[in-house]
Ligand binder design. Structure first.
Ligand SMILES: CC(C)(COP(=O)(O)OP(=O)(O)OC[C@H]1O[C@@H](n2cnc3c(N)ncnc32)[C@H](O)[C@@H]1OP(=O)(O)O)[C@@H](O)C(=O)NCCC(=O)NCCS
Length: 439
């Protein structure tokens, strides 16, 4: 991965807009440790986090300074070197249907100091990010969100959902009793040397997964400084198949218990399985740990196979959330980059308040689902036509959202009768989209 994107200059429109409010908008020189540290403190403060220790700054300095790091400064303040707003962004690989990935502009660390809130700073940051990504030719922007009320106004739509699972271990018995392979406790460094390659071998099979950055494995394993309690409690178990090859890991913590020693809670922080056998064995292990009454697992798929392994599905409570939001910037490039389920001729009349995706687009797919996308002036009578905003097109993109729901909710207009069914059939992803991390 080259990181030329990191040097792409600050957006001129946002620079001028913020300057008119007495604010300075620009890139942080991430090779300068002091400038990066000040930005990083502002980022943490923006999410109500603690002051960052020297070790945390050092770890992030090594791990995330490849990103395009943006700040807004108010030079009238007592500490003018600390930005009053932050964002960071980079070109990330997003898996799309068809077993491939595309460039997507990942946006993270969007914060505005509470002292400067609600005066349009976040709008300047977000619109600046979208214009910069479009100038660089990145066809799609994406983010994971703290609140689902913020980003619709910038053209983003929820495209990947995730579920937080709470499992009552007294009811959670697996249907099969067969045990194969071998489980073993491993160290955090064993995990960080095996998991990244394992993840890379499987990430293209699930739309919505991103390639990610190396430091996140340290964070999952409890090796990154900052949360000593997490580090101390983290346990990791590896599954090896019958030939002795590692095929999966589960990272977890056991807490609580109190006076009733049988009442512990187990939190699954990450479960990575390369094969169905590893998946079943690791979940069996987790559900059978002694002295645990409740298992919690965050950010699991909304189509988690675990439920089909259990004799009692109601042992699991699922709380779904919107997780990954997408924002198409280039309709032709985005729609051309995934594959589809068979032959279709679909028209999208797209409106986009920010202009990037505005227009009429014809998607023709052949029997093998290979697309041809063109911008057109008008549609013929053979075309199944939907009228929608870029938000809804972005939600539909990965095949995890159904067009008929959006039509029923009045979010999409079915110009040609039956068009939503055709879109649904054509866009359908055989694997439910899922993203297993925050960014
Ligand atoms: C969310 C946050 C970045 C907004 O910054 P801000 O500078 O106050 O936002 P702006 O003034 O530019 O507001 C832009 C628009 O978003 C709306 N908005 C801002 N924050 C919002 C929120 N939390 N919920 C709903 N709408 C919000 C504003 O009303 C405004 O709407 P409009 O322009 O359509 O009238 C800021 O409150 C913050 O840092 N929050 C804590 C960290 C966080 O949650 N970041 C998001 C990470 S995904």
């Amino acid at each position: 991965m080259t990181n030329d994107f990191a040097k792409h200059p600050a957006d001129e429109t946002s620079t001028a807009l913020l300057a008119s409010a007495g604010l300075r908008y620009g890139l942080v020189d991430t090779s300068n440790r002091e400038d990066f540290a000040a930005w990083f403190q502002a980022d943490s403060r923006g999410f109500h986090g603690p002051a960052m220790s020297t070790e945390q700054v050092d770890s992030s300095f090594a791990g995330v300074t490849y990103r395009r790091t943006v700040g807004v400064w108010d030079d009238r303040l007592v500490a003018p070197e600390v930005p009053v707003a932050t964002t960071s962004s980079w070109t990330e690989q997003l898996t799309v249907p068809g077993g491939r990935s595309i460039d997507a502009w990942a946006i993270s660390s969007v914060t505005v100091s509470p002292t400067h809130r609600r005066r349009g700073i976040a709008r300047s940051l977000l619109e600046g990010e979208l214009r910069s990504a479009a100038e660089m030719g990145v066809p799609m922007a994406m983010l994971t969100v703290s609140e689902s009320t913020i980003y619709g106004r910038f053209g983003f739509g929820p495209a990947v959902f995730a579920a937080d699972l709470t499992i009552d271990t007294t009811r959670a018995t697996l249907t099969s009793a067969e045990r194969r392979g071998r489980l073993q406790p491993v160290s955090a460094t064993d995990f960080t040397s095996g998991a990244p390659e394992m993840f890379d071998r499987i990430r293209l099979s699930t739309p919505g997964q991103i390639a990610g950055w190396p430091l996140r494995w340290d964070q999952i394993a409890g090796l990154a400084p900052g949360d000593e309690d997490y580090t101390k409690k983290t346990r990791i178990v590896q599954f090896d198949d019958d030939s002795g090859t590692p095929r999966g890991y589960v990272v977890y913590r056991v807490t609580g218990g109190g006076l009733d020693f049988t009442n512990h809670k187990l939190t699954v922080d990450y479960l990575l399985a390369e094969t169905p056998e590893a998946y079943e064995a690791l979940w069996r292990y987790i559900l059978e740990v002694d002295l645990v009454r409740e298992v919690r697992a965050e950010l699991r798929s909304v189509d988690e196979p675990l439920l089909w392994h259990l004799t009692d599905r109601r042992a699991v409570s699922q709380a779904p959330i919107d997780h990954l939001w997408l924002r198409i910037l280039d309709v032709v490039a985005s729609l051309s980059s995934r594959s589809y389920a068979g032959h279709a001729r679909i028209g999208f009349d797209v409106s986009d308040a920010l202009g990037f995706a505005e227009g009429r687009f014809l998607l023709e797919t052949n029997d093998s689902g290979v697309p041809r996308v063109t911008k057109v002036d008008a549609f013929d009578a053979e075309t199944a036509l939907l009228a929608l905003t870029v938000n809804e097109l972005s939600s539909l993109y990965l095949g995890g959202v159904t067009a008929s729901s959006l039509v029923a909710a009045g979010r999409v207009t079915e110009v040609t009768e039956g068009a939503s069914i055709i879109v649904e059939r054509t866009f359908h992803s055989p694997v439910t989209p899922w993203l297993s991390i925050w960014f």
